[in-house]
Write a protein that binds this ligand. Sequence first.
Ligand code: NDP
Length: 478
Amino acid sequence: MTFDYDLFVIGGGSGGVRAGRVAAANGAKVALAEEFRMGGTCVIRGCVPKKLMVFASGYSEMFEDARSYGWDLDDGDFDWSRFRRKLDAELERLEGIYRKLLKGSNVEIFDARATVKDAHTVTLSTGQDITAKHILVATGGRPVVPDMPGAELGITSNEIFNLEELPKSILIVGGGYIASEFAGILNGLGVKVTQFYRGAQILRGFDDEARGLVAEGMRAKGVDLHLGTNVVEMRAATEDDLKGVDGGTLMDGGKPAPMPGKAAGHGIWVKATNGNEQVYDQVMFATGRAPNTDGMGLESLGVALGRKGEIVVDEYSQTKVPSIYAIGDVTDRVQLTPVAIREGMAFVETVFKGNPTPVDHELIPSAVFTQPELGTVGLTEEQAAEQGPIEVYCSSFKPMNHSFAGREDRVLMKLIVCADTRKVLGCHIVSDHAGELIQLVGIAVKMGATKEDFDRTVAVHPTMAEELVTMKEPVRTA
Ligand code: NDP
């Protein structure tokens, strides 16, 4: 049987683009369909614009610190529309690069939605049917909003980058990566931020001590974080709700929050589980993401979907239908860009290079770009203690740059060590540039470094990270 293509990729995000390019470079005839903008969540409405906003938001503190260091600076205002124009231009530039890379690799691009018709056929939204020997589904995920009265008034991370104006106040719902990162970003940009998290501490799944310090740091910087709290209902605020609301809670002149398709009216009235009622300019839900499998035609073909709608795949990213593979967030394994890229590379290695390559999901370093930032690799203290005897090495201190600037922020450097093998099982860092630091520690941990390997390494002085090689005694064992 002959096919139009060797590979048809559905989804132009990080994973799909990489897999398509590399397969084409290996001689495969490849096509890729994307219904929105090339680059996917990471480039268009995720990691990239988020990190640029993290940078933008960090300047408010930098200006304060600069004055402590002797610089004579006036207070400046942040111009959201100027930043947004630059951000839009940058994302357009990056999208252009993605397209160019695909075209340069001879991948044919279809700017259309694609669904799967049968094991070897996709149907485009233009009505065209295309056949391929292999189909790779890399459609990513989307934010989900809880089912509650008035939830449609809120926004998600999809809309946050397109706001015409920054709100004066915002309620962020959720305690995961996205909620906690945006709480810091918007706080740094001068928005009055309230965050509700339904559980006992934000960043569930991360090391307890680290998440505690992040939460403490966020509060110290001005985020009004409420734990054990959720939204019960919301509605457009009425004139009565607005009476007595302090001027800072509403936008200038009580103007409607200008979100396309969102009837924000004169602010949003929110009732919390603790009975509190408050009006916010904007409410942002960061309450998790769902895989984009709706209406794809997958289940009827025999492709198994999990409880959240994620595509069930084996270690080679193959679905129950042998010609159909899936990578990235749509499989809900580890929702991180570099993981999707690796899954794409392993797929090409397996299918187009005859070298079956399982994806290694062990010891993935990652960072949460909260303020303060969190970098982590390996097991948390709590996870490690369940597996066997451990030693915990931990140092928490005020670094010299913060101390000189008169800031209270402390950093945390923490190593979890297996008492038997001496291997470093986990490392958790809360500090400026923790993401950069954990990338490097991740290499050592992935190589199986022991505590003694860390100790043999000479300290780089004066740095914060030197603590990682100078912690002599465990603070506790478990
Ligand atoms: P997360 O799963 O990390 O967080 C979802 C949050 O919403 C949790 O705090 C959860 O609470 C809460 N929640 C879920 N349902 C409700 C509800 N009905 N009412 C109130 N709260 C609710 O998802 P995110 O959307 O923040 O991020 C998705 C993924 O994207 C992450 O897992 C991560 O892999 C990736 N990501 C990575 C980043 C990075 O690498 N820096 C940055 C951003 C995203 P509970 O804990 O109780 O379940």
